[in-house]
Design a protein around this ligand. Structure first.
Ligand code: MN
Length: 740
């Protein structure tokens, strides 16, 4: 809870409420009786929070009121949702009892508020990882109880994000990482696209302020030009569609969100001015029953006669609807002056569904509290419930499995016989094998996708026809876990591996026991502990397993161990794990006074001077990540108290290792040119270069010592301008070409 001494005399809660309730009355979606209930809830909350203030200095009631506005105006909830929003913090932060709420507002309202309180109770506790994961699990459980709990929770989060400026730095990072990790994907899954976009943009504003400011400034500069261009483009499109006789209801233009541009720059390695779909329009045509789909394609054909459409950017969501109910036809064309424009084509009815997302399906008959929902939403909540039932996985595992469900849309895929199956986007052929039957998965060796032979880790696309090739043998391997994302496949593979591992362990145990005999020791003697340490293994079971699979490293080292023992020479202590990216703490300014033995630079994101960074503390070790790093976001979203706001100090002559992934066409001289720019022209030192070529393309990893983000950006810019270089992006040290 946010309490502070200050107060803001200018804020008038009653006035603010009058304004809101006036609007609700005018819009007539809520009955007169219900207006009275809403008034009562507001007064109840105001009295309960009397004397409490937010960090910003405003009376606390301003917050529940803002959340109530969000659920009504932006999410489409009515009476019960509004009342829930008003009361969402009273159970936790005020002496109000459950009985009182039930007697005043009824059982449904109490259940919603109790659900919300359960969530924030855990959230408040700044404890270890499993606690936070349990909190997420709790949020996800309420999806199947009463989805309004989650909706109010997202509204609560949205208001907290809008007012995040009042919080301290490390708290901001914690809150933004949770938002990116769970709340934004959840909002997206529930079809609340503008809320998802706002949550992401706000997260970027606080986690990567430099990137946010740069992009928003550049967007503002180019806006006038973009608007003029789009108007010209729309005129020409209108003209050509009018010839077909189809009626255009309206054409809208839209701009990309700051966060989506940022993500594109980061992952695709393009420059701001190269972002293709900076221009986007939406053509909404009249509904003609039975003809909707043909009409959309007619518009498509007409436009592509005028402007060439890029074949790789056509997305048909007309027949194959997305799992959130979306229907639309997307294309990208080379428009006037050669600029790329993304065009969405849909009918009025399709547009209405796209706009409201699932909100159109969670209308409640207020008096009876009956929920009317869409089948796809029911499917989703059922799947969430199914996953949560799994007792063998930890809360953290469950949350990450559901996150996959949330993030992704379903694809329709066909069996050789033409049966349609749905599978989550991003799934591999192996996932598909397990979807059909775990026996097929366990015996899979390859597949044919649209009659072409592919490996098991091949990612399935919309409308693919997939045939699995099996063998009579059990073919499951450890590596398979990296290739699947569906819970069913993960679970089945783990089961087989468990059995396999057991067998290997038993075999290994026999070998190791013979080994003990030769040394004259037993399982419980101190030498065994010494042996494990020497081999850097965690447990005896690990040792048995490694021996069981004839791990050459372990076997030869174990031999060394025996020799030392037999010759009675001291056993050397095994070498420390590599600390190649350790950095002198003097180069950092940490927002918290901690006794730090070592500070290291994370090799997943390789921050350099000038990046927005954060320190993640585990015991007396602090790892410095970029605030935008996915690993860091996941860590911050799951750990409470160990986030340290960090900055690089203005020191000179410090070098950081940066990892760049470079992709392009494998033409003569391009690699020499790359190396020339790095080492001759920019005089940078390289630690490692690793390049591979395939079918006329090359991909490479360059590990380069760099002094600042500026220098790195200059380098990226210069490399990108080379004729045959397609993209240059920052990556991690472990990147391997063509392994993706
Ligand atoms: Mn709140």
């Amino acid at each position: 809870m946010n309490q502070s001494e200050k107060s803001n005399p200018e804020y008038d809660a009653n006035k603010d409420f009058q304004h809101f309730i006036g609007k609700v009355v005018r819009e007539k979606k809520v009955s007169k009786q219900d207006i009275t209930k809403i008034r009562k809830a507001f007064l109840f909350a105001k009295t309960a929070h009397e004397g409490q203030y937010r960090k910003s200095g405003e009376p606390y009631i301003s917050h529940p009121l803002a959340v109530a506005k969000i659920v009504y105006e932006e999410m489409g909830l009515l009476t019960t949702g509004i009342i829930g929003a008003f009361l969402h913090d009273v159970l936790e932060d005020t002496p109000v009892s459950k009985e009182e709420i039930q007697s005043q507002f009824g059982k449904t309202v109490l259940d919603i508020i109790a659900g919300l309180t359960k969530i924030s109770k855990i959230e408040g506790a700044e404890l270890g990882d499993s606690y936070q994961a349990q909190n997420y699990r709790q949020i996800l459980m309420t999806i199947s109880d009463d989805i309004r709990v989650v909706i109010i929770k997202i509204a609560d989060r949205l208001h907290n994000m809008r007012t995040l400026g009042a919080q301290q730095g490390h708290k901001q990072l914690k809150i933004t990482s949770e938002t990116l990790y769970l709340y934004a994907p959840l909002a997206h899954r529930l079809g609340m696209n503008s809320i998802k976009t706002e949550l992401e943009d706000l997260s970027l504003k606080y986690s990567e302020p430099q990137a946010y400011n740069e992009i928003s400034q550049r967007l503002n500069i180019s806006k006038a030009d973009a608007e003029a261009y789009i108007q010209r483009f729309i005129r020409s499109v209108k003209q050509c569609v009018s010839i077909t006789g189809l009626k255009i209801i309206k054409i809208e233009s839209r701009f990309k969100s700051i966060y989506s541009i940022y993500k594109k720059i980061q992952t695709k390695g393009v420059r701001f001015d190269e972002i293709m779909d900076l221009y986007a329009i939406r053509i909404i045509i009249e509904d003609r029953p039975q003809k909707e789909i043909d009409d959309c394609w007619q518009v498509f054909t007409t436009i592509s006669n005028l402007y060439p459409a890029r074949p790789d950017r056509i997305r048909d969501w007309l027949r194959l609807t997305k799992s959130n109910g979306y229907q639309s036809l997307h294309m990208t064309v080379r428009g006037l002056e050669g600029r790329m424009v993304e065009i969405q084509i849909r009918t009025e009815a399709m547009d209405a569904t796209a706009r409201k997302g699932m909100t159109s399906h969670w209308m409640y008959k207020e008096e009876k509290e009956i929920m009317v929902v869409d089948q796809k939403l029911i499917d989703f909540t059922d799947r969430v419930q199914e996953i949560l039932k799994d007792k063998s996985s930890s809360a953290e595992e469950l949350v990450s499995i559901i996150k996959t469900e949330i993030r992704l849309d379903n694809l329709n895929v066909f069996t050789p016989k033409g049966d349609m199956k749905t599978i989550v986007q991003g799934a591999s052929v192996l996932d598909f094998a397990y979807l059909i039957h775990s026996k097929i998965g366990n015996h899979a060796i390859g597949a044919k996708v649209n009659n072409e032979l592919v490996s098991l880790n091949h990612i399935i696309q919309q409308a693919d026809q997939v045939e699995i090739i099996t063998s009579s043998k059990l073919t499951v391997k450890e590596d398979w876990l990296k290739w699947v994302i569906t819970p069913k496949a993960v679970h089945a593979i783990k089961e087989v591996l468990k059995v396999k591992r057991k067998e290997k362990q038993e075999w290994g145990k026999l070998v190791v026991n013979r080994f003990y005999k030769r040394l004259g020791i037993s399982e419980n003697t101190p030498e065994v502990e010494e042996l494990l340490q020497f081999l850097s293994l965690q447990s005896l079971d690990d040792l048995y397993y490694k021996v069981g699979i004839h791990d050459p490293d372990v076997l030869s080292k174990a031999d060394d161990f025996i020799k030392h023992k037999q010759n009675q020479t001291p056993v050397p202590i095994s070498s420390e794990p590599q600390k190649e990216n350790s950095i002198n703490p003097e180069f950092l300014v940490l927002g918290k006074d901690v006794n730090i033995e070592n500070v290291v630079i994370a090799s997943c994101c390789n921050p350099v001077i000038g990046d927005d960074i954060v320190g993640l503390q585990r015991k007396n070790r602090v790892v410095i990540h970029r605030t935008s790093c996915d690993v860091a976001i996941k860590w911050m979203a799951n750990h409470g108290s160990d986030i340290i706001k960090a900055n690089f100090s203005e020191s000179e002559g410090v070098s950081f290792l940066a990892a760049l992934k470079v992709q392009g066409l494998d033409s003569q001289g391009v690699l020499i040119e790359l190396l020339r720019i790095i080492s001759v022209s920019m005089k940078l030192n390289m630690r490692k270069v690793f390049i591979d070529t395939k079918e006329g393309h090359f991909e490479g990893l360059f590990l380069i010592f760099i002094q600042s983000a500026n220098e790195l950006n200059r380098l990226i810019d210069r490399l990108q301008k080379l004729p045959n270089v397609k993209s240059v992006t920052r990556t991690d040290n472990n990147f391997k070409p063509f392994e993706n």
